[in-house]
Design a protein around this ligand. Sequence first.
Ligand SMILES: *Cc1c(COP(=O)(O)O)cnc(C)c1O
Length: 415
Amino acid sequence: MKAATDRLHERLRDNYPFFHPRYIGQMLKPPHPAAVVGYVSAMLINPNNHALDGGPATAQMEKEVVAELAAMFGLDPHVGHLTSSGTIANLEALFVARETHPGKAIAYSTDAHYTHGRMGHVLGVEMVAVPTTADGTMDLDALETELRTGRIGTVVATTGTTGLGAVDPVHEIVALGRRYGVRIHVDAAYGGFFRLIADDTPDGVAAAPFVAIGDCDSVVIDPHKHGLQPYGCGAVLFRDPAVVRHYRHDSPYTYFTSDDLHLGEISLECSRAGAAAAALWLTLRLLPLTPDGLGAALRPGRRAALAWAGLIAASEELTVYQPPQLDILTYFPALGSLSRIDAASARVLDRGMRLPPDEAVFVATYTADAAGIAARGHRPEADVPQARILRSVLMKPEIEDQVPDLHERIRALLA
Ligand SMILES: *Cc1c(COP(=O)(O)O)cnc(C)c1O
């Protein structure tokens, strides 16, 4: 065991420093210590949340944390459960949408997560991509044009796109949707917890789209993104408890000890880690779903995005691609052509991560096309169809203090 573990630890060195404030690449950070303690404590028992017989304690914790998530969104009544990922959670929401609106298409924005197109394919549902406007949110005129055709049964809104962190105007989509009698699903996998600081304050985010989630038919949120959980923790919530009728669950070998609801009766997945529910349950005892609880862990990233956008706007070497709506910042080297922007962005990514560990900076890139760059008022020569630009996910509170330093490091990498 000792020798094998030593080898494991050696091999785990082949990773990026996700915990570090100079890692501002993808949506990755270590879980909260409470999540680790909760997860490991339950995992040693290894309950399976598919049925009450698989672990009554963690099944009960799952119902409690799901109720807390529903209360955060103002979904009342609700039914829902944890999933192993946002992808599976969205699959379930689209599956229910197909059952409630058979034969109808599902509309989503071109900036929505790629999972929607893929899951539409899995479900055999026609998916209609609606273009986005210059802030990366769904174009409502284009949406209404689609709604007028009568072929759309469900609209997917995204509060926090994975690329740009753009927040679709859910409140306006709800108003449109009511007029055309369509179902509305919100993919809040990344941005859902920003509901806690959706208060229109200087270090919060716009309230209206997040408040309107409570008026929608279903919502997906990933506690393993902004909920400080280890991977294996997504969630899907429905407003109408009657949707459970769409899940067939005849089984001769489970569900026998009680008539209480077993989570496996209302989920597509069977076995799921009860430990994931315990981890989230323990975390929410320390950081409840309030502005002062988990919300306080989101504000520093929001402030970091705004402060850094200000530094970039005042600099000569860099340009903000679009103002950040959450804690994801997109920006690019202020050069005269898309080919030069692309090459310089790639160089920052590559050089930054090759520096010695005590100097390295890890950013990500985002591929923007010429039309998207021009739509945002930028005027580099479009000598190639698209360019990689820089993208930074500022999701760790520790990043806030490092913003001036990070800015200087990116400038130095460009020079
Ligand atoms: C991450 C993400 C997903 C997919 O969730 P996974 O947990 O990675 O499967 C879906 N939609 C959005 C908006 C996301 O950010």
